[in-house]
Design a protein around this ligand. Sequence first.
Ligand code: MIC
Ligand code: SF4
Length: 669
Amino acid sequence: MCFQKRNLHNTCAGYNLWLENRCETIAFKYTRDYFDSLDGELYQVGYCRNEKGQEIGLRIDQTLTQDATGTMAYIEFEAMGIGQVRTERSVAYIDHNTLQSGFENADDHRFIASVAKKHGIYYSRPGNGICHQVHLERFGAPGKTLIGSDSHTPTGGGIGMIAIGAGGLDVAVAMGGGAYYITYPKIVRVTLTGKLSPWVAAKDVILKLLSVMSVKGGVGKIIEYAGEGVAALSVPVRATITNMGAELGATTSIFPSDENTIPLAADPDADYDEEITIDLSSLEPMAACPHSPDNVKTLSEINAMAEGGRMKIDQVCIGSCTNSSLADMMKVAYILKGKTVHPDVSLAVSPGSKQVLTMMAENGALSDILGAGARVLESACGPCIGMGQSPNSRGISLRTFNRNFEGRSGTRDAQVYLVSPEVAAASALAGYLCDPRELGDMPVFFMPDSFAVNDNMITPPAPPKEAGEVEILRGPNIKEYPKTAPLADHLRAECSLKVGDNITTDHIMPAGAKILPLRSNIPAISKHCFAVCDESFPDRALSLGQSIVVGGSNYGQGSSREHAALAPLYLGVKAVIVKSFARIHRQNLINAGILPLEFADEADYDGVEQGDILAIEDLRDQIGAGERVTVKNLTKGKSFETKCPLSERMKAILLCGGLLDYTKANLKK
Ligand code: MIC
Ligand code: SF4
């Protein structure tokens, strides 16, 4: 096998792009034009009318999974009974559950490795790096469609891919050759003008956009970057920006690709649903304050609020799929070289991939970082997902990551601020939140002409002829997909939990070193469902048998983890009634056969309390008929209307009891 049939060097980026098997020309212009061109390309079930709000199916060229969502995705893929994957390229990464403090994670890695070998999937071994960083370096290619069972899959938009985060079951269906369905998106053009000032970074660009659009401003939208400011932005810069488009709730984000790879750009006369302009020259270093990525302030604003005008810090973590490229690491090494990390600060650095770490070792940057006293971690998600490095009690932690949800670091009362690598490194030395512009002139950072390519940690699948011989290695932690049933005609159930706005998937199904090893064991992981909000929820829900959860707006923001739907499914949750949903979570609920209802009048949210008995009659008919579902609150003696906009395909999925049953039924046909 050759991983370097064409090893193009994108000078804009310094990334080696593996473009094996790609077609000579790609005949589409992306975003608006791309979606308009879908008619006729669609296959499997469904239809495409290309109207806003309609569901459309995308043909998927590539898929990626990571281990924390991958075990379930492969259990589902196996349950569909399809042999070899039908994509151009599918890759299974091990990067999340790398802390092996028991047998579970190691067993899951072996399971994924064996499934990959059998079914035609490339396997990126633990230590090879974070899925999005490695995919960008080795597999991504402009113009390809990619879905991944991780919400930060849009990182690929940095090189002109249509890259979308999805639930594991959707990825399993795409691996089997099925289309991936999204709501026909609105397109937002973000025009970048001017040029970033020294020490102002990609992170500041996306934080600025988050401050303008908020964590729900991107729902149902694709963010397309344009303008004269784009040309000077390298691929790592672009990838940081598209990566954190997930925090806007956007379906994906995309930059044009350049003539060094395959030039793709929107037509000059393309029209947009929304336009935003950001003058790069006007930006300054910023941070997202606890506990939301859109709680953005400038460093001077934050310091002004702190005692003595300087916010003291306890910890700095540099890495994650947002900011762990070689370009980022070189800046960090430059700042740390010859200095020592402040005695009150713990600095952890996790380079994004084996390629990045190897090159840092070869060019001396690693010794500069080690010399300053950093704790160098393996190339994996690590602290970003609470796999180690939890801060001290009430600790202030600066992180170059993308999410600062409450409790996500593993310390409930920690205060996490999201910053650029430049701010992180300067602050690690200073002991307080430090503006890197205090460091003086910024040198020009050159990227090498070529990159250290060594794919010895990517295991190719078995040749199809030998696939039958490959044994699937299943550890005792791997349990089956929860039981499903066709949608009942009448539902009478208690409201087992009422929560507020912006509930994240980290609230619904927390992660961290203790819980993540249970990702392939739904009965066990369900015991932690909603633990951040109410520890008694799992027992209550189980004892009720069936129940309904009520929530506020942007419910389910954050991760793509379908466990945030599968654990409620296992606990008997039949419907979730909220003010509004985040995109991937809503889809995951439908895939799990759980009704996603939205209050037609948000004021009705106030009229429901935990413990109320709710009833829905003629449910199958109401779902089949259209958009409205009437809910009776038997305790309060009142009724209220809910919205449930569903495509015909979604209706069929819900009536069947979920996407797995629906797909199996269709495959039989
Ligand atoms: C995250 O950043 O929250 C994760 C962990 O990568 C998740 C996936 C998961 O929960 O496994 C995501 O972003 O989708
Ligand atoms: Fe991993 Fe963090 Fe990126 Fe999620 S956000 S993929 S946990 S590095």
